[in-house]
Design a protein around this ligand. Structure first.
Ligand code: ADP
Ligand code: MG
Length: 240
């Protein structure tokens, strides 16, 4: 069973132009999938569809077998699909790292002891265990994004979605965040969907999906995609 399965999904914000148009795709357990495309191609809309923040206007969408059109499933879907966004400064809310990571589990009503364990697990998963009592404001962009990832991991999601989460980072921060995502995928079998506009970030993906004007323009392995030099130019992507 696919963890995410879209069939002929369309969505528009204003009922005129489709932000996502007739998209069919599936993501399997344990995969590392990269979604790439220039600005406005529909990538963030896909991320919102994946975790039920917006619902398709048409088509079908199952997340871990749960139908997004069933309202009873929405909370469970949001637990299973954790999304980390672009701006590290908009994602951290507490003044101490551990409180920030605890925020999600606390909202789910998880008991104290379990929350403590989840903080340990989440911070060590992103290599930030030594910053448990630090203030997020003192961290670099890359460190903040790793805390944001830890906050998502504390909810024990099956799927981690990074929506341009490296876009505002310096090269070292980008590398650290990507390393964490790759390690979570390889060592903890977390399914990762990395949405990016950096072509070099798709190299380690099992599958690459190229978006253009709301549609899937190409889909394949990184080497299959890199071979199509003309199309890469047409879709305004840059070769690494
Ligand atoms: P990407 O993440 O690839 O840049 P988006 O999914 O954000 O693309 O946007 C896809 C299309 O939907 C664009 O044309 C964009 O202008 C439009 N769009 C995105 N968010 C909104 C919104 N909240 N309201 C109206 N239109 C939106
Ligand atoms: Mg976007």
């Amino acid at each position: 069973m696919s963890l995410i399965k879209l069939e002929n999904v369309s969505f528009s914000y204003d009922k005129r132009i489709n932000a996502v148009s007739n998209v069919s795709l599936s993501v399997e357990q344990g995969q590392y999938v990269a979604i790439i495309g220039h600005n406005g191609s529909g990538k963030s809309t896909l991320a919102k569809l994946f975790n039920g923040l917006v619902l398709p206007d048409s088509g079908s969408l199952l997340v871990d077998g749960l139908d997004v059109f069933n309202k009873k499933h929405l909370l469970e879907i949001r637990k299973r699909v954790g999304v980390v966004f672009q701006n590290p400064d908009n994602q951290l809310i507490a003044s101490i790292v551990e409180d920030d990571v605890a925020f999600g589990p606390e909202n789910l009503g998880i008991e104290r002891k379990e929350i403590g364990e989840r903080i340990d697990f989440a911070l060590s998963s992103v290599g930030m265990q030594n910053f448990r009592h630090s203030s997020p404001t003192r961290l670099s962009g890359g460190q903040k994004q790793r805390i944001a990832i830890a906050g998502v991991l504390a909810l024990k999601p099956k799927i981690l979605v990074l929506d341009e989460s490296t876009a505002m980072l310096d090269p070292q921060g980008r590398k650290d965040v990507l390393d964490v995502a790759l390690r979570l995928n390889k060592e903890q079998n977390v399914t990762v969907i990395n949405i990016t506009h950096y072509m070099d970030e798709v190299v380690s993906a099992d599958k690459v999906i190229v978006m253009n004007k709301g549609k899937i323009a190409m889909s394949g392995t990184p080497s299959e995609i890199f071979r199509e030099k003309q199309k890469i130019e047409e879709y305004k992507l840059e070769l690494p």
